[in-house]
Design a protein around this ligand. Structure first.
Ligand SMILES: O=C(O)CCC(=O)C(=O)O
Ligand SMILES: [Fe+2]
Length: 250
C-alpha cells in the first residue's frame, strides 16, 4: 500500500524542491492503488522539519482566513484553520505538483462513473473555473487534535465544483507524539452496509483518497461507491495534519 519516496530531503521550507520530489514518486504504483482500493499512501512525502514548519504556522493567525472549532458544528472535537491566499510556498507547491497526475485519475474515474465533468491538467486552470463560479476561498487547511479529539466522517464539498481526490499529510509521529487518532475511510456500496478502512500513516506520510465517491467495477458494470473520511479518537498527545483540497470554497 505504501509507496516510499526514496529521497526525502531536509532543508529550508520553501517548497522549491517539492515539484521534483513529487515528479520522482512511483506514480504508476500510486495510480494502481487508487484504482484498486480508492486510497494510496505516499511514504515520507514531507521531512520531519517540513512537518514541524507547518505545525509552527498554526498560531500565526495572519496566515489563515478562518478557524473552525469542530464541536460547535457537530463535526467532532478539535479545531482547524483554512489558509488564506497567498498560500505558504510549501502548501502551494504541494497543491500544484500533486494535481496533474491526480487529474488524470479523476478524468478516468468520471468517465467510468458516467459523469461529464473533465479536469484540465494544470491546477491554475481548474482554480480559475472555481473562481468564476464564486468558489474563491482557499481550502488547504491545518487540523489540530488533542486528547479525546476526533473528526466525524465527512466529505469536503464546498460548492458545485469538486475535484474528486484530496490529500491529507500527517504532521506528527504516531506512538511518540500521540496515540489513537487513526485516519479512517468508509465506503458505502449501493444497497450494502458500510465498510471501514483504517489507513496507517507515519509523520510526513500523505494519504490520497476520494472526496465523495469512486468507481468500482462489479459484475453488472461500474457503480459509484460513496466515500467518507474521518479520524478516530486521539487517546493522548497532540496530532496535526495538513489537508490539501484542490477545489476552492464558496
Ligand atoms: O486529520 C485528518 O487526518 C483528516 C483531515 C481531513 O479531514 C482533511 O484533510 O480533509
Ligand atoms: Fe476532511
Amino acid at each position: 500500500m505504501a509507496t516510499k519516496n526514496p529521497t526525502p530531503r531536509s532543508g529550508p521550507v520553501t517548497g522549491g524542491d517539492i515539484g521534483r520530489r513529487v515528479a520522482a514518486l512511483d506514480w504508476p504504483g500510486i495510480v494502481s492503488e487508487l484504482d484498486a482500493r480508492g486510497c494510496a499512501v505516499i511514504g515520507s512525502l514531507l521531512t520531519p522539519d517540513e512537518c514541524q514548519a507547518i505545525v509552527d504556522l498554526y498560531p500565526a493567525d495572519e496566515k489563515f482566513r478562518s478557524r473552525v472549532v469542530m464541536a460547535k458544528h457537530g463535526y467532532g472535537r478539535g479545531e482547524y484553520k483554512y489558509f488564506a491566499y497567498p498560500l505558504p510556498a510549501l502548501v502551494e507547491a504541494l497543491r500544484k505538483s500533486l494535481y496533474p497526475a491526480l487529474a488524470e485519475v479523476a478524468n478516468r474515474w468520471n468517465e467510468a462513473m458516467k459523469i461529464d465533468v473533465r479536469f484540465p491538467n494544470d491546477h491554475a486552470e481548474f482554480i480559475e473555473r472555481c473562481h468564476k463560479a464564486g468558489q474563491v476561498r482557499p481550502t488547504p487547511l491545518v487540523l489540530k487534535y488533542g486528547p479525546d479529539d476526533f473528526n466525524c466522517l465527512h466529505q469536503d464539498l464546498y460548492g458545485e465544483h469538486v475535484f474528486p481526490l484530496q490529500v491529507a499529510i500527517l504532521l506528527k509521529e504516531p506512538g511518540s507524539d500521540f496515540a489513537g487518532g487513526e485516519f479512517v475511510l468508509t465506503e458505502q456500496r449501493p444497497r450494502m452496509q458500510s465498510r471501514a478502512e483504517v489507513v496507517p500513516l507515519g509523520r510526513g506520510d500523505a494519504a490520497i483518497f476520494p472526496v465523495r465517491h469512486r468507481p468500482v467495477r462489479g459484475t453488472r458494470g461500474t457503480y459509484r461507491v460513496n466515500v467518507r473520511h474521518g479520524v478516530s479518537r486521539v487517546r493522548s498527545g497532540s496530532r496535526y495534519t495538513a489537508g490539501i483540497i484542490f477545489h476552492d470554497a464558496k
